[in-house]
Ligand binder design. Structure first.
Ligand code: 13P
Length: 259
């Protein structure tokens, strides 16, 4: 009975498959990738989203018109406009039809010094503009090996909850991305991922049980066509945030079909 209940709760949450292209694109590759994706979308019930580098938002916007593929960006500045050379605001992202934006990706945290406080401000700026933030959290291998996985996740998540409030999570997608699994080919086992996802959901539930049940939590880190199905079938894994495999239409479509 408990298992049946969990399955039905999971069904309330749609499966979401999001591609994070990172800094990989050219006009030609984007053209080919989107066209190939669109020809394979029939019968796919997951929500499908591609997060493109800024210069390609306009191109993707045009290509996906009338399809069910959605567009997202990979970062944003918290200011609305002004003297911030090289930066891009939430409204600019929205201007190109994007509805989502990744915040707090581990590459931005580690390579560009984004703290959890900054990630929380970016989440707030995205929400204020009406964008859905895809909030990335996850531990490094050192943090896991020293038994700090839960403490790290809790710190990253609570910085956002404290700033935007738990109700805002009705408009937020969480992505659990263990840093050691990103781009390494070493995927978290379904057990490791499920354990972390359940922990994240329990943190949300401490604040609001119904928000916790509704918030999608995606897994990211070397997800591919062959491991997606066993990961996404876990009770608290609601889809994937895909890096490398999102650059190949065939692989990405196969993951989208899992939902
Ligand atoms: P990979 O799928 O290439 O491991 O990247 C995952 C990721 O960082 C998605 O945001």
């Amino acid at each position: 009975i408990i298992a049946l209940f969990l399955v039905s709760v999971k069904r309330m949450r749609k499966t979401i498959v999001a591609g994070n292209w990172k800094m990989n694109a050219s006009k030609d590759s984007v053209d080919n990738l989107i066209k190939d994706l669109l020809t394979g979308m029939d019968g796919i019930t997951s929500e499908v989203l591609v997060c493109a580098p800024f210069p390609y938002l306009a191109q993707v916007e045009l290509l996906i018109q009338g399809s069910k593929v959605m567009l997202g960006a990979q970062n944003l500045n918290t200011n609305a406009s002004g003297a911030y050379t090289g930066e891009v605001s939430a409204d600019m992202i929205k201007d190109f039809g994007a509805r989502h934006v990744i915040v707090g990706h581990s590459e931005r945290r580690s390579l560009y010094g984004e703290t959890s406080a900054m990630v929380a401000e970016k989440t707030k700026a995205a929400l204020n503009a009406g964008l859905t933030p895809l909030l990335c959290i996850g531990e490094s291998i050192e943090q896991r090996d020293s038994g700090n996985t839960e403490a790290v996740i809790e710190k990253q998540l609570s910085a956002v909850i404290e700033l935007v409030g738990i109700e805002a999570f009705n408009q937020i997608i969480i992505a659990y991305e263990p840093v050691w699994a990103i781009g390494t080919g070493v995927t978290a086992t379904p057990e490791q991922a499920q354990e972390a996802h359940l922990f994240i959901r329990s943190l949300l539930a401490k604040n609001d049980e119904s928000v916790a049940q509704k918030t999608p939590i995606l897994y990211g880190g070397s997800m591919n066509a062959s491991n997606a199905s066993e990961l996404i079938s876990c009770a608290d894994i609601d889809g994937g945030l895909i890096g490398g495999a999102a650059l190949k239409a065939e692989d990405f479509l196969q993951i989208c079909k899992v939902g």
